[in-house]
Design a protein around this ligand. Structure first.
Ligand code: DO4
Ligand code: MG
Length: 275
């Protein structure tokens, strides 16, 4: 089942059919531990409707904080070591990749998040920017995993590489995070062979594409969630991005006008232009 937040209401897709939900607040829906059972019962009681238009989709977030894990794929560890070598930060990334404790950082509040079709931004004081396509978990206030979405952890690699202590500036700025298109409602782990694919289109031509499977993630979502909830409460629940395994070559930087298309099997495709 998939759940969509749109300008015209909330819709659930179940077995290939769409149903419009009664007037629930998005916050109330996405903090329910029993969301899957609730949506199942709603879809048996309602008439089918036409699928909502992609242009009406809104970011699937209410008041949740957004957090992110880093260096969860070998490729990410290697890229960070290279970018921070002159700053002497190289060994931090290797150490965190192998350490028991994962890297988890605060990424965003809802007002900095855009949904499918929204424009993400690159910082004006940065010259090297990339999207990071990441499987993203939706967690309720009790810490229950109730769904998945596609996330883009926009990053300024020159700022991050200059000094690891600049990470929050490389990661947290207006419209530095995209989530969507909707929520795959499931508490089951996704199949290890599920692919994350990213394509970047410039002047209507693909200029980068790559893919990776979830099998290559070093940590499990449940371990990341356990660390995140160890000494934190989330009265509104939270989203947790689980790290990137796709890194464009060092010669690549995003341009204004680029289209970023991220697809995760089972969840869907998130598209954003760069402002
Ligand atoms: O350690 C810096 C950030 C890493 C990250 O965002 C990622 O691996 O996805
Ligand atoms: Mg990331």
């Amino acid at each position: 089942m998939k759940l969509y937040r749109t300008a015209k209401g909330h819709f659930v897709e179940n077995g290939g059919n769409f149903y419009e939900l009664p007037d629930n607040e998005w916050h109330d829906l996405t903090t329910r531990d029993d969301l899957a059972a609730y949506l199942e019962s709603q879809s048996t009681q309602r008439a089918t409707v036409t699928a909502p238009e992609a242009s009406s989709l809104l970011a699937p977030i209410a008041f949740q904080e957004v957090w992110a894990a880093g260096v969860t794929y070998y490729r990410s560890r290697t890229a960070r070591m290279e970018e921070s070598q002159t700053a002497g930060g190289g060994s931090f990334y290797d150490r965190v990749y192998y350490a028991e404790r994962p890297e988890i950082f605060f990424k965003s509040l809802p007002h900095r998040v855009v949904g499918h079709g929204g424009a993400v931004r690159i910082r004006k004081d940065s010259k090297w920017n990339v999207p990071e396509p990441e499987l993203t978990l939706l967690l309720t206030p009790s810490g229950k995993l109730i769904g998945y979405t596609v996330g883009n952890d926009m990053s300024s690699r020159d700022i991050e590489g200059e000094n690891p202590l600049y990470l929050p500036q490389a990661k947290v700025y207006d419209r530095s995070c995209a989530l969507g298109p909707g929520i795959l409602v499931s508490s089951d782990p996704l199949a290890p062979e599920s692919r994350i694919q990213m394509e970047i289109v410039r002047d209507e031509k693909p200029c980068f594409s790559d893919e990776i499977t979830l099998a290559q993630m070093k940590r499990t979502p449940s371990t990341l969630v356990e660390y995140l909830f160890r000494e934190n409460t989330f009265p509104n629940g939270c989203f947790l991005l689980t790290g990137t395994g796709i890194i464009p070559p060092d010669t690549f930087t995003l341009h204004s006008g680029d289209l970023i298309r991220i697809t995760i099997d089972e969840i869907g495709t998130l598209e954003n232009f760069v402002e």
